[in-house]
Design a protein around this ligand. Structure first.
Ligand code: AN7
Length: 360
C-alpha cells in the first residue's frame, strides 16, 4: 500500500524529544521533491556537476518554514501556549498563521513596512493572524517580537526558538534517504540564518545515527544589499528585491559561521541581477517556480563557477526555499520590463488565428 506521508515529526520521530512528540500539530509538511535538474547541469559544462533541487515550495504553506513551524507549534501546545508571535519577511508569518489555525491558537505577526510579498500577506490574513506592520525593517520587528515574548504570555516562533531548528533539520534527512548519501556541496539562501544552521545540525545528526559517512560543504548565499555575514558587520538598511532575505542582523549569525567553518564551506553574496538570472533559469530550464530569494543558491553556484571556484564533478543539492506564487510579480517583470508593461497577446476567438500566432 502507498505510504501516506505523515509530516516530518512522525516520519523522523527518533530525532525529536517528547515535548514536540506529545502534541503533534502537523499539515503533513516535508517529503518535498528532490528534483534532478539535468537542464541546469548543462550550464556548467566543464565542471560536470550533478545537481538536485530540493523544492521546499511544495510544503503546505509554500515554504520550508513549515518544517520548523510544526515542531515549534507542537512544542507550544505541549506547554499550554495560547498565542503565537513572530517577526517575518513573510514566509514565517504565513506558516505561523496556518499552524496556529490548525492548533486553534491565536497568532500575531509583525512585518516590516511595505516589503511583504502579496502571496505571503494574504496567507497570514486568510489563516486569521493579526497582521501588525511595524515602522521598521525585519530586524526591528524581531526585537519587538522578542521583547513581547519576554514580557507577555506569547510564544515566539521565530528560528531563535530551538524547536524551529529541530523541525528544519529534517530536510537533510530526506535528501540522504533519497540519494543514499549527503551531497558534496549544499547550497541555500541565507537570511536570518536559521536554515543553514538547521541543515548543518541535521546532516551531523544523521551521521551520528550512522545513516551516512560524510558531510557536505555548506554554501550559503546572502543578497549583496543584505549581506551582514559576508561583510562581517550589521547592515542597518538592508535592501534587495529578494524581500524574504532582506535581513541586516541575522539571529543565527554564530551558528551560520559554525556551519560554514566546520563544513569547510563558504558564505558569499549575490547581486539582485544574479538572483533574477538564476530565477529565470530555474523557471525556464528546470521548470521550478520559486520566489526570488529561493534562487540565491543557484545564483551563488553560478557565480562561483564563473570565478573558477567551483570544484569539478561535485554532487550539489540546492534548496529552493519558497514557491514562486508567493511573489509572482517577478516572473512578469522578467518577460516585460515592468508588470504594468506585460501585455498578453490578443487573439480572435478562432482556432486558425490562434494557430497563426503560434506559427503552426
Ligand atoms: C523563501 O519569513 O526570515 O536564513 O521571516 O522566506 O533561515 O532566515 C524568511 C527567510 C530563505 C532565509 N528563503 O532563511 C521570514 C524569513 C526564503 C525565506 C529565507 C527565508 P533563514
Amino acid at each position: 500500500m502507498a505510504h501516506l506521508w505523515q509530516g516530518v515529526i512522525q516520519e523522523y520521530s527518533a530525532f525529536f524529544t517528547h515535548n514536540i512528540l506529545d502534541n503533534i500539530v502537523t499539515l503533513q509538511e516535508g517529503g518535498t521533491p528532490l528534483i534532478h535538474a539535468t537542464q541546469l547541469e548543462s550550464l556548467f559544462a566543464d565542471a560536470k556537476p550533478t545537481i538536485y533541487v530540493k523544492f521546499e515550495g511544495a510544503n503546505p504553506t509554500g515554504s520550508f518554514k513549515d518544517r520548523g513551524m510544526t515542531a515549534a507549534v507542537s512544542n507550544a501546545v505541549s506547554h499550554g501556549a495560547k498565542t503565537l508571535v513572530c517577526a517575518s519577511t513573510g514566509n514565517t508569518s504565513a506558516s505561523a498563521a496556518a499552524y496556529a489555525a490548525k492548533a486553534g491558537l491565536d497568532s500575531a505577526v509583525l512585518v516590516p513596512t511595505g516589503k511583504i510579498a502579496v502571496g505571503k500577506l494574504s496567507q497570514a490574513i486568510a489563516h486569521n493572524a493579526k497582521v501588525l506592520q511595524i515602522d521598521g525593517n525585519f530586524d526591528d520587528c524581531l526585537i519587538v517580537a522578542r521583547e513581547l515574548s519576554e514580557n507577555y504570555p506569547v510564544e515566539l516562533v521565530n528560528s531563535v526558538n530551538p524547536a524551529r531548528i529541530e523541525g528544519q533539520k529534517t530536510a537533510p534527512f530526506e535528501i540522504i534517504d533519497v540519494l543514499g548519501r549527503p551531497p558534496d556541496i549544499h547550497a541555500l539562501p541565507v537570511g536570518n540564518a536559521g536554515n543553514i544552521s538547521a541543515y548543518w545540525k541535521g546532516y551531523n545528526e544523521y551521521k551520528v545515527a550512522r545513516k551516512c559517512d560524510t558531510l557536505p560543504k555548506m554554501y550559503g548565499f546572502q543578497a549583496s544589499g543584505a549581506a551582514p555575514i559576508v561583510l562581517g558587520k550589521k547592515v542597518d538598511n538592508p535592501e534587495t528585491i529578494a524581500t524574504a532575505i532582506r535581513i541586516g542582523n541575522p539571529a543565527s549569525w554564530e551558528n551560520a559561521l559554525n556551519a560554514r567553518d566546520e563544513s569547510g564551506g563558504l558564505i558569499d553574496m549575490v547581486t539582485d541581477d544574479e538572483i533574477l538570472v538564476a530565477h529565470k533559469l530555474l523557471s525556464k530550464k528546470a521548470a521550478i517556480f520559486c520566489e526570488p530569494a529561493s534562487a540565491a543558491g543557484l545564483a551563488g553556484i553560478l557565480k562561483l563557477h564563473k570565478q573558477g571556484m567551483l570544484p569539478k564533478k561535485q554532487l550539489i543539492v540546492i534548496t529552493c526555499t519558497g514557491h514562486g506564487l508567493k511573489d509572482p510579480s517577478w516572473a512578469l517583470k522578467e518577460s516585460a520590463l515592468d508588470v504594468s508593461e506585460f501585455e498578453p497577446i490578443r487573439v480572435a476567438n478562432d482556432v486558425s488565428e490562434v494557430a497563426k500566432v503560434l506559427k503552426l
